[in-house]
Design a protein around this ligand. Structure first.
Ligand code: G3P
Ligand code: MG
Length: 248
């Protein structure tokens, strides 16, 4: 039911590096993580880039929508200085660059499709197209990524373009109509906040044949409890407290 890694570095390097950058991926790798979650959004030129917020201001200085800047403009923006001076100048990477890095380093990817409002279908389609083409050229190298999204439209668009790339549905809490939605998405896993999850829900989702992924688990006590419930995987910000081999 869960052929993927169990402990995953959230946004690349969790709290140890600026989120959704190549520096974060290198940091995760340095901490022994060969499995990563990151967020993907479309730049103005339709190129998927790593980004969490739809607006400038938190990780990139300035105001306005990320979707108003091209991927080349975003590559020139500083996505590291907000975190610390040591990371100043770290660019916004494209998904293509990150996929190439992960494949070269044998890092498994949970790619969260994070569309800006109004770009749901376009983002899901662009991510799926890029992965389909990459896998067609290089093969999956035994590292088929898992797509996930809160956006049903993004997941359906990804399914239409690359049905063979597995999908997980992201929810804050397990919704009452989860079974029908999982079927409609042809998803393999349900991704929920651990704060809204019960042991009975884990069992029910497993009984239906789906994996359970939790975000974002940052204490060893809670991680142990969730693993004891049978949760298949979780992402963490605390690479320093929860090692990649925590579940072993
Ligand atoms: O994919 C799980 C988690 O990353 C969802 O929340 O806001 O950190 O993208 P967020
Ligand atoms: Mg995310």
């Amino acid at each position: 039911m869960w052929p993927y890694p169990k402990i995953i570095a959230h946004r690349g390097g969790g709290t140890l590096a600026p989120e959704n950058t190549l520096a974060a991926l290198r940091c995760g790798l340095a901490h022994g993580f060969q499995a990563v979650e990151f967020d993907v959004m479309l730049a103005a030129d339709g190129v998927p880039v790593l980004m969490h917020d739809a607006q400038l201001g938190r990780t990139i200085a300035g105001r306005g929508a990320i979707s108003s800047l091209s991927s080349q403009e975003l590559a020139l923006r500083d996505a590291g200085a907000w975190f610390s001076a040591a990371f100043a100048g770290e660019p916004v990477p494209t998904l293509a660059d990150v996929v190439a890095f992960c494949m070269a380093q044998r890092i498994w990817m949970n790619i969260e499709i994070k569309p800006a409002p109004g770009f749901e279908v376009a983002t899901g389609a662009a991510v799926a197209r890029l992965l389909r083409e990459t896998i067609a050229v290089h093969g999956d190298q035994g590292l088929v990524p898992l797509l996930s999204s809160f956006s049903i439209d993004a997941l359906l668009a990804a399914r239409d373009i690359a049905p063979a790339i597995p999908r997980g549905w992201l929810c804050k809490a397990v919704p009452s109509a989860w079974r029908a939605q999982m079927l409609a998405l042809d998803a393999v896993s349900l991704h929920v906040s651990h704060q809204h999850l019960t042991q009975a829900q884990v069992a029910a989702v497993h009984d239906a044949g789906y994996g359970v992924f939790c975000y974002t688990v940052n204490t060893p006590e809670r991680a142990r409890e969730l693993l004891a419930w049978g949760v298949d995987a979780f992402c963490t910000d605390r690479l320093d407290l929860l090692g990649a081999d925590f579940a072993a």
